[in-house]
Design a binder for this molecule. Sequence first.
Ligand SMILES: Cc1cc2nc3c(=O)[nH]c(=O)nc-3n(C[C@H](O)[C@H](O)[C@H](O)COP(=O)(O)O)c2cc1C
Length: 214
Amino acid sequence: MSDIDPDFDTAFAAEFDRLLTWRRDVRRFRPDPLPPGAIAELVARAKLAPSVGNSQPWRFVHVREPARRQEVRAEFERCNKAALAGYDGERAKAYAELKLAGFDIAPEQLAVFCDDGEAKGHGLGRATMPETLRHSVVCAVHTLWLAARVRGIGVGWVSIVEPDEVARILDVPLPWSLVAYLCVGYPERADDVPELERAGWQARDTDASYFIER
Ligand SMILES: Cc1cc2nc3c(=O)[nH]c(=O)nc-3n(C[C@H](O)[C@H](O)[C@H](O)COP(=O)(O)O)c2cc1C
């Protein structure tokens, strides 16, 4: 612990803004392995995230076994096919052309769960908003995303899976619920535009009504 204020300067603030601009959801990876310990290092940074009541309900599973990876990938393929069936016409054609996960190449995979039975925090904030437990896990995922990006590592969030099915495949304790399944590795390219925007699926919105005053 230190009582010295880090006193981030304006140059750091500008660099941080650049980090936010250049963080991307990555689906196209290079096959090169990450350095040993890289995943543990990212998880350590993720655990610096805020959490309701300081409950720290995040649970990380480094998915390494080929058989489990294969099962998760098959689950994604199944859910992605079902999702495609929910679109018609041009949207269906556009959806079919999207690449929505990097299972084929990403060298690392990380599943992030919420321990719904977490007692730490003594219920603070959760009586009124129980969902804040999972919100806390999302904060950890985003922290990991940024910590990865500053190290040149890309992260892709895969949500096109049934959470209970992934919990079964990974054989995790019962009170854990899946929040994020992440493909991790070096990206094929850097970009300051989201892939879904480049693909014409959905652009970022600058609609001023998203930020109102009362
Ligand atoms: C909760 C969450 C779930 C997501 N699930 C998927 C997914 O299943 N497949 C995918 O390709 N991208 C997924 N994404 C990534 C988004 O598509 C991406 O964040 C968005 O298009 C903006 O791009 P950017 O992250 O590069 O700024 C997810 C993102 C979030 C926050």
